[in-house]
Design a protein. Structure first.
Length: 659
């Protein structure tokens, strides 16, 4: 983030000092642009690869610090959570062989991560959102213990006046409340950088905004979060909501820190930096004492650490970046829209599509602002994130066109020409743009593969549990990434891929029922009785207005009441509170499934409420656990048993022919 050490900005004085440094950096950048000091005419590209670390069962493994320490290379660095890490791919020129070289480098670096992770019983997986990510993973203890992450977490929490509220609606409906920024760690991206000159920046940046939607539609890989079917690229919604510090709706226009932007850039990159300084309070400070104006007066190149640090905490989907390479300052556009995975081949193909479109826009001097409105570009981006290739995009010159047809008929050929103009060989172009074209033609993005796999498993005779199906998706990703085939060639995941081991070690939250029917203490007993009858349940949880569990009403308690004539004697006067058990046995979402089974058997319970921080989040019942119990029994019966040693019998010497 451009700073050696992080400084707490909680005090007003610290805020003032840092804001002055940011303003001075912007002034220095303006002078550098005016003087022609920013490098032009060079097309470097680079990438940042974020990955999930998982254990042998496919769930997040919080071992990033150990893995990075074992790797001992600046190319590998931390991310927000202990189950993520980032790989930095060295920049190369946009020219012949660049994509093959980038793919080979990324394969090598990933292999190093996997080898290091194996020492800790872990592996690395490329996924936009890991299917087996659990609510219990998104807790403060998994926040990477470094100052910058602690400061970002505490600062955003302070600005947001409390918890982060996540609410994403699609096929399913997800509501989640977290007191920490850690929920954002559910995202992993593949970020592409393109170096551009200051004079051409507005036109190319605007093109990146216009092309964001169709590129994302072709690349979606994040359709699930905590087992819910949500957007085709759920990262877009999750990232914005997980960092949203805006308060209650007041009618004012308040922009979230994760943003697509508000308008086209008209004249300079400075418009973006100035807007972000004006809209967003700094949340991190650095201890550098550089004075950029003095550096310029000496003929030096300022690092602009304060500006870069602030820019690193405003997460535009297309973000401007300032840097220095080989002693020359430059500007880059960082494309943050692309998800991690499904494979390296798919990721480089996505990069080739975007970079080809950018190079084509440069070659044709394309001004997208004359062809479409900014509102259309922004709306297209949200539509692509929600629907993927099914999105209808409001395109140039007032046309509305399906995302897949736009890509196949216009944009992939346009990108092809852009890459050819850049000097990329037809071999590389055919290889990587061919992956995109076949993926779009078959309509098999990473998101579609996951959703189709899930639907096929649910419709099969051996459908397994919800936990098994999600584990099968993660294991299917591991298997697919171990080969050379892009995602549109993968077979669908099957429940058999999950393995019994993942079931034995899985937490309760992978099996609990979250679609609950509950009663209140003051409700009539008849309501509880009818709910049990309608739902085929043996117990109904009792909760208060804050969703806190206060008791359980059981079928046996109602039977005993009826046997005593309690209902017939005065049914209108009895409430649930009169017969509920007030201190029921409970488990937490992270409780191992085997432990929950043992608790139910030991205490003769037919169901257990699942609580998080005292609030009811689910129920796990005999019906939910029947399948896993059977699986564990089968595993034990199938386990190899020791073969008893046989008593050795001395052999008689062979009889001779004479005898």
């Amino acid at each position: 983030m451009g700073a050696r050490n992080i400084v707490d900005l909680a005090s007003a004085e610290a805020q003032r000092v840092f804001v002055r440094r940011v303003l001075e950096d912007v002034q220095a950048l303006e002078l550098m642009i005016a003087a022609g000091a920013i490098e032009s005419g060079v097309r470097r590209i680079g990438a940042e690869q974020e990955v999930f670390l998982i254990d042998r069962t496919g769930v997040p493994a919080p071992v990033a610090m150990e893995v990075i320490d074992r790797l001992k290379s600046p190319q590998f660095t931390t991310e927000l959570a202990l189950f993520n890490l980032e790989i930095n791919v060295p920049p190369v020129l946009l020219e012949d062989g660049c994509f093959s070289a980038m793919a080979a480098t990324l394969h090598t670096l990933l292999a190093r991560v996997r080898a290091a992770a194996q020492a800790f019983g872990a592996d690395a997986v490329l996924a936009g959102i890991l299917p087996t990510l659990r609510s219990s993973d998104l807790v403060p203890k998994n926040l990477t213990p470094l100052p910058r992450y602690r400061e970002i977490d505490s600062s955003l929490s302070r600005l947001g006046h409390g918890a982060f509220q996540i609410h994403i609606r699609a096929v399913d409906d997800l509501r989640l409340t977290r007191e920490s920024l850690i929920v954002e760690s559910g995202n992993c991206s593949f970020q592409i950088h393109l170096q551009v000159g200051p004079d051409e920046f507005p036109r190319i940046y605007n093109a990146a905004q216009a092309f964001a939607a169709p590129v994302l539609a072709a690349a979606t890989n994040s359709p699930l979060l905590l087992g819910k079917r949500l957007w085709h690229e759920t990262r877009i919604a999750l990232f914005q909501q997980a960092t949203d510090t805006r308060g209650p709706e007041t009618g004012r226009t308040i922009v979230p820190r994760v943003t697509f932007g508000r308008a086209w850039v008209e004249r300079s990159v400075l418009e973006i930096y100035r807007e972000d300084i004006a809209r967003f309070r700094p949340i991190l400070g650095g201890d550098d004492d550089e004075r950029p104006m003095a550096v310029l007066e000496r003929g030096g190149i300022p690092t602009l650490d304060a500006l870069r640090l602030h820019n690193g905490t405003v997460w535009r989907w297309n973000r401007p970046c300032y840097g220095i390479t080989d002693g020359r300052p430059h500007l880059r556009i960082e494309n943050r829209i692309l998800p991690s995975g499904p494979t390296v081949e798919d990721e480089i193909a996505n990069a080739a599509l975007w970079l080809g479109l950018m190079r084509g826009a440069i070659g044709r001097d394309l001004d997208v602002t004359r062809r479409m409105s900014f509102e259309a570009a922004h709306g297209n981006f949200i539509a692509a994130a929600r629907l993927g290739l099914d999105a209808q995009l409001h395109w140039f010159d007032g046309r509305t066109v399906a995302a897949d047809r736009l890509l196949l008929d216009e944009l992939i050929p346009f990108a092809y020409e852009g890459l050819r103009t850049a000097g990329v060989s037809t071999t590389d172009i055919d290889r990587f743009l061919g992956v995109v074209a076949r993926r779009v033609a078959t309509r098999r993005t990473g998101s579609r593969w996951a959703l189709d796999s899930l639907a096929a498993m649910e419709a099969s005779n051996h459908r397994g549990t919800a936990g098994q199906r999600l584990a099968a998706l993660t294991q299917g990703m591991r298997q697919g990434q171990s080969g050379d085939s892009p995602v549109h060639e993968w077979p669908l995941a099957r429940v058999e891929n999950a393995g019994v081991a993942s079931e034995r070690d899985a937490p309760v939250e992978q099996y609990m029922t979250t679609d609950l029917f509950t009663v209140r203490p003051d409700d009539p007993i008849e309501l509880a009785a009818h709910l049990m009858d309608w739902r085929g349940a043996q117990q109904v949880p009792v909760e208060d207005e804050d969703n806190r569990l206060v008791g359980i009403v059981s079928y046996s308690a109602i039977v005993r009441l009826v046997a005593r004539g309690g209902l017939s004697a005065g049914e209108s006067k009895l409430s649930v509170s009169s017969i509920m058990r007030r201190d029921p046995l409970t488990v937490g979402p992270e409780t191992p499934i085997v432990e929950a089974i043992e608790t139910m058997v030991k205490h003769g319970e037919s169901a257990l409420p699942v609580l998080r921080e005292g609030r009811l989040v689910g129920m796990v019942s005999e019906r939910d656990l029947l399948r896993i119990t059977r699986e564990l029994l089968v595993e034990r019966l199938a386990a190899p048993r020791p073969v008893p040693a046989r008593r050795r019998v001395a052999k008689s010497p062979p009889k001779s022919a004479e005898v």
